[in-house]
Design a protein around this ligand. Structure first.
Ligand code: KG4
Ligand code: ZN
Length: 351
């Protein structure tokens, strides 16, 4: 059993997971209400809130799993990428616990956690998703990152970025459009809910970076299209609001699903996986399933609780690290950048 700790952004989370991915406990303390009045995450407020909550959240995770520190095989913690002040809280807590209990310490890249979240088994396993063999193509769509990867194995050296966003992440686009529409923070889940009642063909937003062979994304132009529409038409309400949400969401999810399947076809890898907060989006989940099926590709979609930030995915990635080599030392650092090499440069495209 591995204890996982996550504090890279605005969730303080801890979980206990077996080395086979069975989730014994999964505690997530969200800071959404703390940041909502500012319309986005305020790093200094995030760090201070992590500090207040890290102890109680870890205690809850251990209690809910019915395990003591002494029972653990190791402690895994997100140490990159993220807000450095926020990451530091989790990293120092993990170091303190590992030192006190004499357990191995495993630093985990948050993005690898998201990519492997498909392997988590929750509850009695009745709703557990089917799991893919390696290699597979992963679409990681979160508030901070949007990229396609070829995943040949669970370690960083076996994961290759095929293309990423040149500007905003998909979740960032949802959140910015949510703000434009007066929906508060975060916009993603609100837009998802409103889009159900809307007409996706009501407003013809154009699809970003549609070029046939491209595996890159760009969402800032689409956000600008929505901003210009709001400037012209005013902030919509009622059915009109639902129509804008549905039209925007259809454009984003169509692009994401198409490029994921395109990557699988180009790389002749017949399995696709999604992960990250936007993978909780109902329309994206449906589109990926149906588009993949049309191309004879198997789609693997994690449970909702595994998509948004959680520590179970960090614990599982840490458990796999235990098989891959030595644990980390006390010099483990919090770092803002991912360990995965980038192929797309921000604002410029493929290297
Ligand atoms: O993975 P995550 O919890 O945190 C990061 O690592 O960034 O992703 C958070 C992002 C936010 O932008 C949020 O608006 C978006 O995921 N999100 C959604 C949905 N649920 C969360 N976007 C669209 N539809 C959803 N249902
Ligand atoms: Zn995340």
């Amino acid at each position: 059993m591995i204890l996982g700790i996550e504090s890279s952004c605005d969730e303080t989370a801890a979980a206990v997971v077996t080395r086979h991915g069975r989730v014994l406990s999964d505690v997530v303390h969200s800071q959404v209400s703390l940041h909502a009045e500012h319309g986005g995450v305020v790093p200094e407020l995030a760090s201070r809130d992590h500090l207040r909550n890290i102890g109680p959240v870890v205690r809850q995770a251990l209690d809910a799993a019915g395990v003591a520190l002494a029972d653990l095989g190791g402690i895994a913690v997100t140490h990159r990428p993220g807000l450095v002040g926020a990451l530091l809280v989790g990293v120092q807590a993990a170091k303190g616990l590992a030192w006190a209990a004499n357990k191995p310490l495993y630093g985990v890249d948050h993005l690898i956690g998201h990519i492997l979240s498909i392997f988590l088994v929750r509850g009695d396993g009745a709703n557990a998703p089917a799991t893919p063999a390696f290699p597979f193509i992963a679409l990681l769509v979160s508030g901070g990152h949007t990229a396609l990867y070829r995943v040949d194995g669970p370690s960083a050296d076996r994961i290759t970025e095929l293309g990423a966003t040149r500007d905003d992440a998909a979740g960032e686009a949802f959140d910015k459009v949510g703000k434009l529409l007066g929906l508060g923070y975060p916009g993603g889940p609100r837009i998802d809910a409103l889009a159900r009642e809307g007409d996706p063909s009501a407003i013809p937003f154009s699809s970003p970076m549609a070029r046939r062979d491209s595996l890159e994304f760009s969402f800032s132009g689409l956000k600008t299209q929505v901003a210009q529409w709001v400037l012209r038409e005013g902030v919509p309400t009622g059915q009109r609001l639902a129509d804008v949400c549905a039209s925007f969401q259809a454009t984003v999810t169509e692009t994401l699903a198409k490029k994921l399947v395109r990557a699988a076809v180009q790389h002749e890898v017949p399995r696709v996986v999604i992960g990250g907060g936007v993978a909780a989006n109902r329309e994206l989940r449906e589109r990926v399933r149906s588009l993949a099926a049309k191309s004879g590709i198997e789609a693997f979609v994690p449970e909702l609780a595994s998509c948004t930030d959680n520590a179970a995915m960090i614990a599982y990635a840490g458990a796999l690290r235990a098989d891959q080599g030595p644990a980390d030392g006390w010099d483990l650092l919090a770092t803002s950048a991912t360990v995965l090499p980038r192929s797309t440069r921000k604002g410029r495209g493929i290297r």
